[in-house]
Design a protein around this ligand. Structure first.
Ligand code: GLU
Ligand code: ZN
Length: 297
């Protein structure tokens, strides 16, 4: 049997310009896919308008282009796929694998005892709540969920006792990231997910949804997170400086150094295409530091 074709992806949310943390996720997933002769897709995760910034999606794409990170095929926009998420939620409800929940944030906070802050205690389970103003939660169970991450190693979770039944459609009727991401990764045939370690605690939700929806599970590699000297994550939320397209070569070099795949000094004068060709050829995930946080200044 021919080995499975590698399909990687970068899936930004257009909540602001590309910052160094997301450049690392983009570059890491790009180099891993390209070094294995695979495809690299870009998917815009624009299903949370209240958090989005007008124009940020286009700006992210322009930045990727300026960095020479060329993707295959058209960019998929999650905002164009709401019908698909709707059908999945409808099926789960019909099959009694999900239910309406009318608890308020305050109700849940009062009972908070979970890992991610508020573990949902299952108040609305089996109660047939009205669908108006309700969120939809998926039923979890205490069958363990395991992950063998390509970099971070082995993890085990008990979804029900660590997180509880989680939201797949919000009270404001927006679909949850967890739901959309697994449906789209499966539909796009993504085989290898490389993203920041800040999403590691989302992975048990994704593995579980893949089981329930009968979707293939890709392999995962969670990259260390870039933090500043104060320990804060370099992200759009922390208003970290965006990467600038006037500074492509130094930014790419810094990202390669972060991933411990630094360009040797004799290649310092490469243009961005030569630099990427070198990086694809020499990409070695074994060299990525096995840690969750790296301070960058
Ligand atoms: N859209 C998510 C984010 O920007 C990342 C999704 C993923 O890589 O799974 O945080
Ligand atoms: Zn509830």
């Amino acid at each position: 049997m021919a080995p499975k074709k590698v399909i990687g992806r970068f899936a930004p949310s257009p909540t602001g310009p590309l910052h160094f943390g997301s450049l690392i996720a983009a570059l890491g997933s790009y180099l891993d896919a390209r070094s294995r002769g695979g495809q690299w897709l870009v998917r815009m995760e624009d299903i949370d308008p209240p958090r989005e910034q007008p124009g940020a999606g286009d700006e992210i794409l322009k930045t990727l282009e300026a960095f020479g990170l060329e993707w295959d095929g058209p960019v998929i926009y999650q905002s164009q796929r709401l019908g698909i998420y709707h059908d999945a939620v409808t099926d789960l409800l019909k099959n009694k694998l999900a239910y309406y929940c009318t608890c308020s944030r305050r109700d849940i906070a009062k009972l908070a005892d979970g890992k991610s802050g508020a573990r949902y205690p299952g108040t609305c389970r089996g109660h047939n709540r009205p669908r108006e103003n309700a969120s939809v939660r998926i039923l979890t169970n205490n069958n363990g969920i395991s992950l063998l991450d390509r970099l971070q190693g082995e993890f085990h979770w008990d979804l029900e006792c660590e997180f509880g039944d989680f939201v797949i459609k919000r009270k404001d009727q927006l679909f949850a990231y967890h739901l959309a991401v697994v449906i789209d990764d499966a539909e796009q045939g993504v085989t290898d997910i490389i993203r920041g370690v800040d999403l590691l605690n989302s992975t048990p939700h994704h593995l579980y949804l893949q089981q329930v929806l009968d979707l293939a599970t890709p392999s995962y590699l969670h990259l260390p997170m870039a933090i500043d000297k104060t320990g804060a994550k370099l992200s759009k939320q922390s208003h970290a400086k965006p990467v600038t397209i006037n500074n492509v070569i130094p930014e790419l070099q810094a990202a390669l150094t972060f991933l411990n795949q630094a360009l040797p000094p004799e290649h310092a004068h490469c243009n961005k295409y030569e630099l990427l060709v070198w990086a694809i050829k020499h990409w070695d995930p074994e060299n990525i530091p096995v840690t969750t946080k790296i301070v960058v200044n």
